[in-house]
Write a protein that binds this ligand. Structure first.
Ligand code: NAD
Length: 256
């Protein structure tokens, strides 16, 4: 059974990814911030991480580690903790991400930098930290959480959409670069998932309900669940002939 490290795993989509791997018998380390850091909405807390671990322990072997993907030393420590807990690392899920919205002329430079530092450079740090361990695995994979926003522009989402396009491009470059090592690299592109990004930021700032947005935008008529995304990630991580793919799990919102 594989050893899996999931960044941004304390809640939301990361929790769905953890659930999908545990249900298939894999061992899971979730890495996340634990200080409830202030952003446009609150990021994960120690309490959320503890609750997720307690809940998911029913499904299998799960542990947690404090992680800031913008800090290379922290990434090294999270990888070392995973290798030590599970005797290796086979699957890295780069799922941590932040969102900020706003028109370009009003968009703070610090927000622009943070979106790219977490969403894009975080993958650079984590991948470099994990490479030796992944090379030592006989069946290694990386799955990056991009977004349909990386394929289709959204008004007020310039930084976020550009960062997620970068995630798709980075995924393809790494898929080529790491293929000779037998490491497959893919991206998942979720559509609308009812997490903090939507409820505490996008909807909170738009005066429309979450249900209205889903009705308007999703052909299949419902939001994606965290487990829908987790199952897509598990597929990408275990499909032995698949690399360089950016898979939409989005109820038909985007079809290319
Ligand atoms: P979320 O805010 O619940 O989860 C994001 C997690 O990333 C949080 O636990 C947060 O603490 C963590 N994080 C943020 N900065 C970090 C850092 N520096 N180091 C470590 N962890 C950090 O939101 P979510 O919707 O579950 O987002 C998960 C991923 O899915 C993100 O990459 C997001 O961009 C992507 N996504 C979400 C949606 C959606 O509709 N919710 C759609 C497409 C893509």
């Amino acid at each position: 059974m594989a050893s899996v490290l999931i960044t941004g795993g304390a809640r939301g989509i990361g929790k769905g990814i953890a659930t999908a791997f545990l249900q298939a018998g894999h061992r899971v380390m979730i890495g996340d911030l634990t200080g409830g850091e202030d952003w446009n909405y609150d990021l994960a807390t120690e309490g959320e991480m503890a609750e997720t671990i307690t809940e998911l322990k029913n499904f299998g072997n799960i542990q947690g580690v404090n992680l800031d993907v913008t800090n290379s030393a922290s990434c090294d420590k999270a990888v070392a903790a995973t290798v030590s807990a599970f005797d290796g690392l086979d699957i890295l899920c780069n799922n941590a991400g932040v969102l900020a919205s706003g028109l370009i002329e009003e968009f703070a430079e610090a927000d622009w930098d943070r979106v790219f530092d977490v969403n894009v450079k975080g993958i650079y740090h984590m991948t470099r930290s994990a490479l030796d361990a992944l090379r030592a695995s006989s069946n290694a994979a990386i799955v990056n959480t991009a977004s349909i926003a990386g394929k289709k522009a959204g008004r007020t989402l310039a930084a976020y959409s550009a960062s997620k396009s970068a995630v798709i491009s980075l995924t393809q470059s790494l898929a080529l670069e790491l293929a000779p090592d037998g490491i497959r690299v893919n991206a998942i592109c979720p559509g609308i998932v009812g997490t903090a990004m939507w409820h505490d930021h996008l909807i909170a700032n738009q005066g429309e309900t979450f249900e209205d947005r889903v009705r308007e935008l999703v052909p299949l008529g419902r939001p994606s669940s965290i487990l829908d995304i987790g199952e897509g990630v598990r597929y990408l991580a275990t499909a032995e002939n698949v690399t360089g793919v950016a898979l939409n799990v989005a109820g038909g919102m985007v079809m290319n």
